[in-house]
Design a protein around this ligand. Structure first.
Ligand code: ATP
Length: 320
């Protein structure tokens, strides 16, 4: 029976990480374990920045964005000495397991630490939903809702001025946020790296729709394509329609998590503790078919995630 575990958040922050921390802490305490919160990801682990948690330590955090444990990227942890140092710190506190909330990089670190005898379980925490082994990552829904709300506001002002808005959304290498928020905000066009696009065709379509009475246009560009300024300039040149670009940026990473993020984070956090309780490590928790499941970390890292081309085509078909 495992008696003491730790929890940390690592890599980019995401709304809902706090809900996951809360679930880990509360469920571990319920099982009679001692729980440590590790500050600033692997940096804090190496620097022995740990704090024992109780029920009250996580009170009220479920509704807060960001991460109460803070997050960081640690170059030192990527070295053999760094991992050995982390192992030493874990042992000095009696940590027999660790929950790591983060992305693929954080899972690689969790695999290293597991290989050195500290069982780790990873939880997918990133707004980008770009972790292959899971249908859903903690933070994705909140980020998409934030992007959609901002695009709604842009749409109001661009309508008043008969303008076109080219909006760049986050998503790192993937177009998942772009395609979903593009549909949700009624975009004319969604430009992602996964699908071919042609600015001449887009310009032609805009002029055709303008002739039929359309007054404003939204074009969503995924971060992986980028160049929103340049795309806006070209669209304006090709159509004569005033076009502005907006890069939504880090605002998409903040805010109070949605119901979905709070609930999924809670389920995943609870599940992670159930694994550690059985002494099971080197796993990543994910969602498949709406169910919480787990994978070997190496297997999870070798998987790939398809882009939803059908969703993209639906968006194109109904756009006007
Ligand atoms: P995000 O998707 O938000 O960027 P991430 O977890 O992928 O999250 P990274 O910066 O890649 O973010 O990784 C977080 C930390 O995990 C790194 O600072 C490093 O300490 C550790 N890490 C990353 N890659 C490796 C690796 N290949 N081996 C060991 N540890 C790693």
């Amino acid at each position: 029976m495992i008696k003491t575990i730790g929890v940390l958040t690592s890599g980019g922050d995401a709304p809902g990480m706090n809900a996951a921390v809360r679930a880990v802490v509360r469920s571990a305490l319920k099982k009679g374990m001692t729980v440590y919160g590790v500050k600033r990801g692997y940096c804090g682990l190496i620097e022995d920045d740990l704090e024992q948690m109780d029920e009250l330590s996580v009170a009220g955090i479920i509704k807060q964005g960001g991460t109460m444990l803070y997050t960081a990227r640690s170059a030192e942890f990527r070295t053999e000495e760094g991992v050995l140092r982390a192992k030493e710190i874990c042992e000095s506190h009696g940590l027999e397991g660790l929950v790591v909330i983060g992305g693929d990089g954080s899972f690689r670190g969790a695999a290293d630490l597991s290989a050195h005898g500290i069982p780790c379980v990873g939880l997918p925490g990133t707004i980008d939903n770009d972790i292959a082994c899971t249908e859903y990552t903690i933070g994705y829904d909140t980020a998409m809702n934030t992007a959609m709300e901002l695009m709604d506001k842009l749409s109001d002002t661009s309508q008043s001025h008969y303008r076109c808005s080219v909006v760049e959304v986050m998503g790192r290498g993937a177009g998942f946020i772009a395609v979903n928020t593009g549909i949700a905000s009624g975009a004319l066009e969604i430009i992602t790296k996964e699908m071919p696009y042609d600015l001449d065709k887009i310009a032609k379509k805009m002029l055709e729709y303008k002739a039929r009475g359309k007054q404003n246009f939204i074009i969503v560009v995924a971060e992986s394509v980028g160049h929103a300024d340049e795309i806006a300039k070209l669209i304006q040149e090709k159509t004569g329609i005033e076009t502005r670009s907006t890069i939504l940026g880090h605002v998409q990473r903040g805010g109070s998590p949605t119901v979905r993020d709070r609930v999924v984070a809670t389920e995943m956090g609870y599940y992670a503790v159930e694994l550690l309780e059985q002494g099971i490590g080197n796993r990543v928790v994910g969602m498949q078919g709406g169910k919480i499941v787990d994978f070997d970390i190496q297997e999870a890292l070798s998987m790939s995630k398809p882009y939803d081309e059908r969703l993209h085509h639906i968006a194109e078909d109904i756009a006007f």
